[in-house]
Write a protein of this length. Structure first.
Length: 544
């Protein structure tokens, strides 16, 4: 990512119709935008005071997943003190990004050879047993060997497991080393799958992160690892402490990570307006950082571009701000064209319009998605067909749903099977086969419950299974069962407006007027800042 950009980010940012945020201060060096004075990472080393300061900056940036900034800082420490072994350790470790599932052993080994040609030579440069242990751990992480088997999951890869165990040994040998505990939590944050069986391991990671925050309340890595190990509908409230670390940091004005990370909890708790605004602020900050570093649109990855827009757009849709949700589609389309249609921006553009059309059924968006599917080669993307089916069924065009079903028939993963059942159910309902439609959605709802811990961020698929099941039950004049389905949806997708509306309608039809009123009240609170026509479309049900 060191090529010069072909477009000025000032020109691109000037075209953004989203409201402006507080501008980041001028960079100190090479695009820095991290408030190093605020974050309190502590890690004693044998380096000189000047080199150690850059080392701490690098470690702080790495915990914030600002890897380019971290590498710069570690190299500055090396320039000051060429024999400072931990500076090479840090730079090499920037090539292990567990949450992004990136592991770059060749690049890391090239850095380590600057310190010494062999593991033994490198260990000899470490003056303390503690520093030798850290170097030994990273030797395991980036050990020579064949590349991972494509069929082998990263979580099971032997070198990643060996590194995690080595970090645990450092924690045990140095119980006062808070940073060892943080790095151990980071090494295992995505090691265990989002299953009920693995929850004990994930919660052990969360407990380690909470212990770090207890001992160092301003540790950015611990806050992040706590949030991401508890990012599911059951445990999200436990992660709120991590969200508060970022929300209370003055660094939020300049650091995209601090701005974005609380939105993982906002999404689980249904704090939609906050989710939208925090991600749009993070996006603007990320673009400012991008310009300072001289990167181009073509250089951006999902984490500093599409991920932020995706979370922001979903927050706008759930808070009823459809106009701003459409602006994100426009933003992505402009960048898609300006980038020469690179894959990363293409994925973001496709995701933005697919999410919007699937959520709203907007006629203009539906027509545009149909055109893009043909023009841009999206006809092989199942999410496109799924969104077209949802929008078609909403507008009474069952042909769109019928055309989509063959693209979903062979789905083997849970999300794909839910999509398939939903589309088939919509077709069955449209053909008057009510019993068949309900059976398909009962099955889809069971699958959704089985993957409970996999739900985070915008739903996948777009439409929660229990929500659609509830709507079909309402059409079948079975309000008590519909209410149960909607409440199940809200338990997984907290404060989702469509599910709240369904729950209110079902409660009213079942004669539970107080519950209906409470749900309508909650819906009105969520839609306080909604577009007028969106607010009207929802709240008109209250008087119908």
């Amino acid at each position: 990512m060191n090529e010069k950009r072909s477009l000025s980010w000032r020109q691109i940012l000037a075209a953004v119709v989203l409201p402006a945020c507080t501008a980041a201060p001028a960079a100190q060096e090479s695009g820095e935008a991290i408030d190093y004075e605020y974050w309190a990472v502590e890690f004693p080393t044998s380096g000189s005071a000047e080199a150690h300061q850059h080392f701490i900056h690098g470690l702080t940036a790495m915990h914030l997943y600002m890897f380019e900034d971290a590498a710069d800082e570690f190299r500055r420490a090396q320039a000051i003190e060429p024999g400072f072994g931990m500076a090479y350790w840090g730079e090499a470790l920037t090539h292990y990004r567990p949450i992004w599932r990136e592991w770059e052993p060749e690049e890391a080994r090239a850095i380590l050879t600057k310190l010494g040609a062999s593991a033994e030579e490198r260990a000899a440069r470490a003056p303390t047993d503690r520093e030798k242990a850290y170097l030994a751990a990273i030797e395991l992480l980036f050990a020579d060997g064949p590349p991972p088997d494509p069929s082998e999951t990263r979580e099971a890869h032997s070198r990643l497991v060996a590194y995690e165990r080595a970090m645990r040994q450092i924690v045990d040998a140095h119980p006062d080393d808070v940073e060892a505990l943080a790095l151990w939590a980071g090494s295992r944050v995505v090691m265990f799958p989002r299953t009920e069986r693995a929850m004990r391991d994930r919660m052990e990671t969360a407990a380690a992160a909470k212990e770090v925050l207890l001992r160092n309340p301003k540790h950015p890595g611990a806050a992040r690892y706590l949030l991401q190990s508890t990012d599911d509908p059951v445990h999200a409230s436990i992660g709120w402490e991590g969200a508060e670390v970022f929300m209370n940091a003055p660094a939020r004005s300049t650091d995209a990570t601090a701005q974005h990370m609380p939105s993982h909890t906002f999404a689980q708790l249904g704090r939609w307006a906050e989710m939208a605004e925090s991600n749009m602020q993070a996006f603007r900050t990320s673009m400012e950082w991008t310009e300072r570093r001289g990167f181009r649109l073509q250089d951006l990855n999902n984490h500093n571009y599409g991920h932020l827009l995706n979370y922001g757009q979903y927050g706008f849709l759930q808070s009823g701000q459809h106009t701003r949700a459409r602006e994100i589609i426009d933003q992505a389309e402009r960048d898609y064209e300006a980038s020469g249609k690179v894959r990363e921006i293409a994925n973001t553009f496709r995701s933005a319009i697919t999410l919007y059309v699937g959520e709203t059924g907007d006629a203009d968006g539906l027509q545009r998605l149909q055109e893009l599917a043909a023009e841009e080669g999206w006809s092989g993307e199942r999410e496109v067909h799924y969104a077209l089916a949802l929008a078609g069924a909403r507008t009474g065009d069952l042909q769109l749903a019928r055309a989509a079903l063959p693209h979903l028939e062979d789905a083997r993963d849970a999300a794909g099977r839910i999509m398939r059942n939903q589309v088939a159910a919509l077709i069955a309902a449209g053909q008057g086969e009510q019993a068949r439609a309900l059976e398909l959605m009962r099955e889809a709802s069971t699958i959704e419950e089985e993957r409970l811990y996999s739900h985070f961020g915008p739903p996948s698929p777009i439409r929660p299974a229990h929500e659609l099941y509830g709507e079909l039950l309402l059409e079948a004049s079975r309000p008590a069962e519909a209410l149960e389905a909607f409440e199940s949806s809200l338990w997984i997708f907290s404060r989702r407006p469509a599910s709240l509306l369904g729950a209110a309608r079902a409660a009213a039809a079942a004669g539970q007027q107080d519950l209906a009123s409470n749900n309508f009240d909650e819906l009105e609170r969520i839609l306080a800042g909604a577009d007028p026509e969106v607010k009207e479309a929802y709240t008109s049900w209250r008087t119908s």
